[in-house]
Design a protein around this ligand. Sequence first.
Ligand SMILES: NC(=O)c1ccc[n+]([C@@H]2O[C@H](COP(=O)([O-])OP(=O)(O)OC[C@H]3O[C@@H](n4cnc5c(N)ncnc54)[C@H](OP(=O)(O)O)[C@@H]3O)[C@@H](O)[C@H]2O)c1
Length: 265
Amino acid sequence: MSNKTALVTGASDGIGLEFCNILAAKGYDLILVARRKSKLNEVAESLSKQHKNISCTVISSDLSKPQAAQELFAATVEKDLQVDLLINNAGLLQNGYFTDLDLITQENMITVNMLALTSLTHLFANDMATRAGGHILNMASLAAWIPIPNQNVYAATKAYVLSFSQALHNELKAAGNGVSVTALCPGYTDTKMMDNPNQGAKLSIPDAMLQSAQEVAEQGIAACLAGKPTMVTGFANRVSAAISHLFPKMTLANIAGGYYRKNLD
Ligand SMILES: NC(=O)c1ccc[n+]([C@@H]2O[C@H](COP(=O)([O-])OP(=O)(O)OC[C@H]3O[C@@H](n4cnc5c(N)ncnc54)[C@H](OP(=O)(O)O)[C@@H]3O)[C@@H](O)[C@H]2O)c1
């Protein structure tokens, strides 16, 4: 029997790389997508050495470019690759004052975090439905649950991903085509996103509040393969998400704004 195939965006680093490690160990063939081709080739080589029974295909794509999702889908069709599991993980973050942050960078963040994710979901969900099965994992965040001043566009993109994915989960279930969508909501995770000079100000987070990328990826894959609509990773994050329903949104925004402005360098 042939292996199932997973496509992971943002596969060159962080949580995306951990998704690849876990899926390779489960015997999935992988399609690795990000901008840095050399980094993807290194990952593919390392995974192929560790797991002799899988194949890795590298596709370099900048998902902030117009039509990037359509071109990526077309590239998989051209290579005769059928995707059983799509992981829309690639994402960008910007911290700081909205009016000070570069507008084009914020537009690119919106494009990658929302538009490319939506287009890829549409293209691959239709393809999966023709084969009566498949899983899609969309990367949201704990930031999706509250308005976050000084990280407001990022949090809003993740609120979109959460709402879109939960509603689509219900639609696809009603359609009965065997395709499931899961929104994954990690809290602060120990990746370069927490310390990236290209994303505006740096938010200082105590180590105790950080989850490992491996832990996040494991919980995400388990929830996705089980066909769950939503997974908030880690007990403390689940408590935070539950508590967020008890307060008016502006109370949460005031608390988050005070915390972020105090801890952004
Ligand atoms: N870290 C956290 O605390 C945290 C918490 C909640 C949710 N998340 C979400 O988890 C996801 C992964 O984050 P991470 O922490 O693993 O970040 P990361 O370590 O910065 O990795 C980001 C990945 O996205 C790729 N990427 C960035 N821009 C891209 C573009 N324009 N086109 C294609 N690929 C692009 C990067 O590869 P290239 O540079 O090679 O393109 C890299 O592989 C994001 O959606 C993020 O919002 C993270």
